[in-house]
Design a protein around this ligand. Structure first.
Ligand code: ATP
Length: 383
């Protein structure tokens, strides 16, 4: 993780890059950003996630100067700027990369360097080097209409990565790359931006990508920042269940429950059953005793009953709705009445099929305890 603001070896002042209190309102009155403060530390990779329409692209476009702020400010390297986009010295990759159709791939990749009067041999060296890393070197002599859409995306990424900008702004850079190639490409991008020490804001829909490349993740919802945290912390301590759903392999299960306490230990009453936690209630939950909560249970806290069940786990039989196999794991989603549902992770042995009554074992000590109303703010998440 990069350090605080300061100076780098070249003695140039460095600082945060992003938006401060930014409000963006479109002509038709749509509020795309509503007081967003999103600042990446020098050299940090800050990944921006959120549902469609939450304002992710608008954040990048505002930093690049392509969208006007109604209020608030853009900071690049710690300095507020309202300069025109060409003068901001940021390199942007759009989801829908446009290349110049009459220039070869090599000329497209080197275009930014050319406009900055980088010496020809230096530009050619950087283009060839980056093309090799992205594995598009054999395409350098072709025209954009002679390569595939995915390859055009790779060239667009290369065009940005050859620059030495003050910030990289990557908007779904891997949207058109197939799943296999995406993992390799995200490593190349991550290594390049980190190697250059350049602050990067990276928008993605892909939670794996976010967790893999981010120093910190920012989650947007309806034009506002819900949470900014290191990936692990955001996964372990989500602000609410919608954040948890976003970062999980599958949405977390939800059980409506009443918080109870007996003999100094906490538990959750679900229907006529009490799921014991086998531990005292944490102080933050004591005001909630006797009140309704929603339990958020990630698949790792729920198992399909095996031959040798753990006696500390509570059994809840439910109707399997979906059974999905992913690698060595099988995920079984079971539904109960009252909108309750559980998702169990099973290490490949489950023969459960949709429609079966499945015995699920719940580790209540791993439940995230949340407010009863959506978005189910998390009151307590076990360590
Ligand atoms: N030109 C426009 N006029 C009016 N509203 C717009 C315009 N462009 C975007 N919006 C709205 O602004 C909001 C934010 O859009 P934005 O493109 O930033 O979302 P996003 O999170 O990047 O979505 P996606 O993941 O689908 O790309 C959305 O409600 C969108 O409908």
């Amino acid at each position: 993780m990069p350090g605080a603001q300061g100076t780098v070896g070249s003695q140039q002042p460095v600082g945060v890059t992003g938006l401060q209190g930014a409000r963006v309102v479109h002509r038709d009155g749509t509020v795309a950003l509503d007081g967003v403060t999103l600042l990446a530390e020098p050299g940090e990779v800050l990944v921006v996630v959120g549902a469609s329409g939450s304002g992710k692209s608008t954040v990048l476009r505002a930093i690049a100067g392509l969208v006007r702020l109604k209020s608030g400010s853009v900071l690049i390297d710690g300095s507020p700027t309202s300069a025109s986009p060409q003068l901001r010295n940021v390199a942007m990759v759009f989801e829908d990369t446009q290349l110049m159709p009459f220039l070869t791939v090599a000329r497209n990749m080197g275009f930014g360097l050319h406009t900055r009067h980088t010496p020809e041999d230096e530009a050619a060296r950087r283009v060839t080097e980056q093309a090799s890393r992205l594995r598009v070197r054999r395409l350098l002599h072709r025209l954009p209409n002679q390569i595939s859409a995915g390859q055009r995306g790779q060239v667009g990424i290369g065009r940005a990565l050859v620059m030495s900008p003050r910030a990289f702004l990557l908007d779904e850079p891997l949207a058109h790359v197939d799943a296999h190639e995406r993992i390799r490409m995200r490593r190349v991008i991550s290594e390049t931006v980190r190697g250059a020490g350049v602050t990067t804001l990276w928008v993605t829909h892909d939670q794996d990508e976010a967790l893999a490349v981010a120093d910190r993740v920012a989650l947007l919802r309806e034009g506002a920042v819900v949470q900014i945290d290191a990936p692990r912390r955001m996964y372990d301590r989500p602000a609410d269940l919608l954040v948890a759903d976003f970062l999980g392999a599958l949405p977390a299960g939800r059980l409506r429950a009443t918080l109870v306490e007996s003999g100094g230990q906490g538990g959750y009453r679900v229907g006529s059953r009490v799921l014991p936690t086998w531990r005292p209630l944490p102080p933050e939950l004591t005001p909630w005793v006797g009140r309704d909560v929603v339990l958020g249970l990630r698949p790792e806290a729920v198992q399909v009953r095996s031959d040798d069940p753990d006696p500390h786990l509570a059994r809840l039989d439910g109707l399997a709705r979906w059974v999905e196999r992913r690698g060595s794991d099988t995920y079984v989603t079971a539904v109960y009445g009252d909108g309750n549902r559980l998702v169990a992770r099973d290490s490949g042995r489950s023969g459960a099929r949709p429609g079966d009554l499945v015995p699920l074992l719940v580790d209540a000590s791993r439940a995230m305890v949340c407010e009863p109303q959506s978005p189910h703010r998390v009151l307590f998440a076990p360590a």
